[in-house]
Design a protein around this ligand. Sequence first.
Ligand code: NAG
Ligand code: NAG
Ligand code: NAG
Ligand code: NAG
Length: 400
Amino acid sequence: MENKMVVFFFLFHLLPLLLSIAGAHRNPIPATFNVLSYGALPNRITDNTKSFLRAWNDACDRAGGGRVLVPKGTYMLGSVVFVGPCNGPVKFVIEGSLEASSYPSKFFIDHWIAFKYVDRLTVGGGGYLLGHGGAAWHYNDCATNRRCRPLPVTMRFDFVTNSKISHIRSINSKNAHFNLFACYNVNMSNIRISAPSDSPNTDGIHIGSSSKIKIENTIISTGDDCISILSGSRDIMVTRVHCGPGHGFSIGSLGGSHNEENVTGIVIQNSTLFGTQNGLRIKTWAPSLPSLASDIMFDDIIMVNVNNPIFIDQQYCPQPPCNWQAQSNVQIRNVTFRKVRGTSSSQIAVKIKCSKHVPCKGINLVNINLVYRGPEGRVSSSCMNVQGKSYGLQLPSGCL
Ligand SMILES: *[C@@H]1O[C@H](CO)[C@@H](O)[C@H](O)[C@H]1NC(C)=O
Ligand SMILES: *[C@@H]1O[C@H](CO)[C@@H](O)[C@H](O)[C@H]1NC(C)=O
Ligand SMILES: *[C@@H]1O[C@H](CO)[C@@H](O)[C@H](O)[C@H]1NC(C)=O
Ligand SMILES: *[C@@H]1O[C@H](CO)[C@@H](O)[C@H](O)[C@H]1NC(C)=O
């Protein structure tokens, strides 16, 4: 009788408990590494770089992964690289604000905060990245080339895979706000980016050599491209992004250096542009080396007061020494502009200037409705070296 009770107790009480402990071990609740436990001080003066790094290293080293927590408060942070690979997924939760230095001597490095070689990273938490770009924008004088040095990107992701970035705000970056290089399967959503319309080189999200990247539900107001997609980008999907002010959505500049990889499979959809310098743009250098930009879809786009709403420019040469009359060798193929509507702030709302060497092929204009209400006359279009088709409503008409 006694023994039976023991067996009963073991089977129905102890065994489930033991199994659940074993289960918890196999599938642990992520351990939290709070930067405050590593000596971080949110007093806006102390440099917290070392505390953040130690919290990262412990989270990254923990078998099964971990979670770095930056609680509410404002933390000064120097340039820092959070390096993997880690022993499990790592969450980097920023609830507070991170503040960059505004001293010029700390500018000249390519990143403020960087993540490298990390798989299954999550960055989020609703916090702020305060780049304090003001002094840096004025420090550089690239037009005369007297002082023109690279400034740090607010957040860089290099070789980051299977990861998520969401609910983060970046304000007044010194250079681009976010930069993805050699990333694979990264989803970005609910990001808010802002910098003044005249802040130089403050691209919102800059993507190169990366594939399977999604950007959704994001608001970008900045001084350069809202999203720029460069050499080696494949399978990039942008959905419900609001851009403005800024220079619009840009593929390129392409063809500017040796060994550029092709750009293919880009979708930009259900997005709006508000008062931007360009809308949907593909640009290649003149002259340029051979590569390919293909299978590109711009779908369901609303424009409000946009200069150059639809713009393919294969003679991109903002200033010498390039020669805009030289021909690009980047082949642009299979590009659709569909349901693009709204207002243009320039008379030539559709400009497609392709290369004489490699004319654009398979350009489709489908249901375009762009209105111009300025002094220069009726809205118009201009096409050069293009082969393609147009369907449905065409305002302006007459390009293809
Ligand atoms: C990104 O989103 C797609 C679905 O839209 C999903 O298949 C993919 O697994 C997601 N990637 C990550 C890293 O969450
Ligand atoms: C884009 O918007 C259209 C309506 O304009 C809607 O039918 C479609 O489902 C939307 N697509 C996405 C991916 O949100
Ligand atoms: C780029 O595209 C061109 C033209 O289709 C092709 O010949 C070349 O192999 C592609 N390059 C790569 C690296 O895929
Ligand atoms: C053109 O690009 C679209 C994606 O935008 C793709 O679905 C389609 O297969 C491509 N067509 C050709 C002929 O390659």
